[in-house]
Design a protein around this ligand. Structure first.
Ligand code: KIV
Ligand code: ZN
Length: 498
């Protein structure tokens, strides 16, 4: 007999709080639909009061998604709850997620309050949310560092007020697995009414223990886990959806079952990484590039004789099909469409045609087109509406030569040209660009990464550009890394030059 574990995905809320990872509403709908296809039970779609963009995303995701519950975050503040209820109006199944800090750090320093007053605020928030929706989740922020006895009093009070789910976040990622598990157990044993509600985990990864803490929470009674795709999230991130799902699938002896269709894990991992311009570390469990790559001779020999000698997961179970068709310049529209759909991207005819044009250009430069390349093409197609576009770039550089670049920019339909020398090709190109766009902007971070391997590979560039005290993030991918660098710079500029 298996116990059902509910998967609460917060990629679009906690995950999206990462600087530079913000998605627009269309992209969020794309991720939400893929999460629905994956089988998550609850999608936390945003924090509606925080911005009109977040509000709108919750509205549109509520309309677009049918099966999962749509959840909106609030603080224990009246306006937040009223706005969240309004944003959820079209959701078929809806939940308000409200809460307040319960550790002494939060009570004293964040709220300048007292333990008793915090309980009153928590209860009032749940009661208010309950006027709008039946399903109310309460979070005790920084529960990981909260005193268990006091935490139990808070949780008992909010259950009495009508909470249906109680979330016990390790907000700072401080707990040890044993400690976190004991906290959940303590609540199951000391809170009146706890058997009527679902206990949820929400673990951050600051000490690299988010997944271990989550599993420990489940083994001690939690039946909902809050997770993100690829474990993205503030600082070191959240618990990763793919790790938790595969742990319970692999360890059937634990008697826990989820609704996740694990064969869709790889596709959504690539989609989120590509849309958020957030690379997945190569050795990341389950979805990293090297997760199933055996390089030592002894391992390769073992795997060839019997896969299970060194592999506990069949790559096909997470959607990695090693025999998948490699796309080349001869592949047609249908092959590209099929590959994109396998990666969770559905394009209408016009967008597919544009992506196919880009695909043919890339296939001319690169022999085998891999999944990351395909997703990058979709990203290129997304940035077509930018105000500033790179028209041309010519760079001369080499050993013993001073690098010189000339550049042409199309700004709202008009062409501007400039040239400059510099300390290397990227410096020369950016100096030329700055002669056209005369703003006080500084490059804060510059990261170049090859997507797969080979000297014909596509290079991905991430840039952080500071303008008037705000950081803007730019991204591009190109087989020419100087062009990718300039395109990434332009991508960042397009975010503040409207
Ligand atoms: O980490 C945290 O405590 C949170 C809450 C808002 C649920 O994200
Ligand atoms: Zn969090």
């Amino acid at each position: 007999m298996f116990d059902r574990l509910f998967i609460f995905d917060t990629t679009l809320r906690d995950g999206e709080q990462v600087p530079g990872c913000q998605l627009n509403t269309v992209e969020k709908i794309q991720v939400a639909k893929a999460l629905e296809g994956l089988g998550v039970d609850i999608i936390e779609a945003g924090f509606p009061v925080s911005s009109p963009g977040d509000f709108n995303s919750v509205v549109e995701i509520s309309k677009a998604v049918t099966w999962p519950t749509i959840c909106a975050l609030t603080r224990a503040v009246e306006k937040d709850i009223v706005v969240a209820a309004e944003a959820l109006q079209y959701a078929k199944k809806k939940r308000i997620h409200t809460g307040i800090g319960t550790s002494d750090y939060h009570i004293k320093y964040k709220f300048n309050s007292t333990r008793e007053e915090i309980i009153e605020r928590a209860v009032a928030a749940v009661k208010l949310a309950k006027k709008y929706v039946e399903d109310v989740e309460f979070y005790a922020e920084d529960a990981g560092r909260s005193d268990n006895e006091y935490l139990a009093r808070v949780i008992e009070a909010v259950i009495k007020a009508g909470a249906t789910v109680v979330n016990i976040p390790d907000t700072t990622g401080y707990c040890l697995p044993e400690q976190y598990g004991q906290k959940i157990k303590y609540l199951t044993e000391h809170v009146k009414g706890i058997e009527k509600v679902v206990i949820s985990t929400h673990c951050h990864n600051d000490l690299g223990m988010a997944t271990a803490n989550t599993v420990s929470g489940v083994l001690n009674g939690a039946r909902q886990v809050e997770v993100t795709v690829n474990g993205i999230g503030e600082r070191a991130g959240n618990t990763s959806l793919e790790e938790v799902s595969m742990i319970f699938k692999s360890h059937k002896d634990l008697g826990i079952d989820t609704n996740i269709n694990t064969t869709k894990i790889y596709g959504i991992s690539r989609m989120v990484s590509s849309l958020m311009n957030m690379p997945v570390q190569p050795n990341k469990a389950i979805v990293g590039r090297n997760a199933f790559a055996h390089s030592s001779g002894i391992h390769q020999d073992g795997v060839l004789k019997n896969r299970e000698s060194y592999e506990i997961i069949d790559p096909k179970d997470v959607g990695i099909d090693e025999n998948s068709i490699v796309l080349t310049a001869r592949s047609g529209h249908a092959a590209l469409k099929h590959r994109l759909e396998a990666l969770g991207v559905n394009l209408d005819k016009d967008r597919l045609d544009k992506a196919y044009e880009e695909f043919l250009k890339l296939a001319d430069k690169k022999k085998d087109i891999k999944d990351d390349d395909v997703l990058m093409l979709v990203g290129k197609e997304r940035s077509d509406n930018n105000r500033i576009k790179l028209e041309y770039l010519q760079v001369t550089s080499g050993v013993g030569l001073k690098a010189v670049a000339s550049i042409g920019l199309n700004i709202a339909g008009e062409c501007f040209e400039a040239a400059s020398s510099g300390n290397g090709p990227v410096d020369a190109a950016i100096k030329a660009l700055k002669r056209i766009i005369r703003r006080q902007m500084t490059l804060q971070e510059f990261l170049i990464q090859a997507i797969t391997k080979g000297s014909d590979d596509v290079g991905k560039v991430h840039m952080q550009v500071e303008y008037e005290g705000v950081n803007y993030y730019g991204f591009s991918a190109n087989t020419d890394i100087v062009a990718a660098s300039v395109e990434a710079y332009i991508d960042a500029i397009n975010k503040f030059v409207k």
